[in-house]
Design a binder for this molecule. Sequence first.
Ligand SMILES: Nc1ncnc2c1ncn2[C@@H]1O[C@H](COP(=O)(O)OP(=O)(O)OP(=O)(O)O)[C@@H](O)[C@H]1O
Ligand SMILES: [Mg+2]
Length: 238
Amino acid sequence: MSLLKVENLTVRYGAIEALRNVSFEVNEGEIVTFVGSNGAGKTTTMRTLSGIVRAASGRMQFKGTAIESLPSHQVVKLGLVQSPEGRLVFPDLSVRENLLLGAFARRASHAELNRELENVFELFPRLQERLKQDAHTLSGGEQQMLAIGRALMAKPSLLLLDEPSLGIAPLLVQQIFQKIVELNKKEGMTVLLAEQNARMALKIAHRAYVLEVGEIVQQGDAQVLLKDERLQKAYLGG
Ligand SMILES: Nc1ncnc2c1ncn2[C@@H]1O[C@H](COP(=O)(O)OP(=O)(O)OP(=O)(O)O)[C@@H](O)[C@H]1O
Ligand SMILES: [Mg+2]
């Protein structure tokens, strides 16, 4: 079943057309990835879904609800939650405060919040060890864990992950990708992943879309695309 359906999305920043007639969908239970180079429009797509950037035209339906004109907090309430590129944790708040803010839109009970925190700690034990530390004192990788953990606190039915591998050591990237697969398999969480590390993203994804300067130029089964000659040349260093 289609959880998210996007049709003919066009986004402009002044004279720059960042997305042109982009259409895609994400089905329940899928990991879908957007592959594309710098400036292709991956972050713009996510920011538009989250209601941070407004589309010039096009339709976006999440769980059957039109979300084009919803404010961000309403989108989050519906279960569409983004872990932003460049982490963007609140620097002067502690790890614990950052995590709790993730659940802000849910008005969950104290017991529920504690349960969610436990879930996040199970995924990222490091965060538990750093609970009282200010977010800006965390390492880059730890901040990335925090950003993902904060998104998880909102109990998303669709998690948008923008470049989770950015600036992170390869070993940790692998761990984070493993966690993504785990969340998808165990909790049935649907994931939309934007990544420049196309190989890693395709390996864990079910389906993929290739974005080039604002347009979708290729799409299909991720494992098939992983072997695609054109894609190998352009994005997979082979
Ligand atoms: N606020 C903005 N104002 C003007 N132009 C913007 C703005 N944000 C993005 N752009 C432009 O829109 C295009 C798409 O950018 P976007 O950030 O979506 O790309 P991306 O695929 O996420 O790239 P990267 O892999 O480098 O993160 C780029 O040409 C960028 O310069
Ligand atoms: Mg980006």
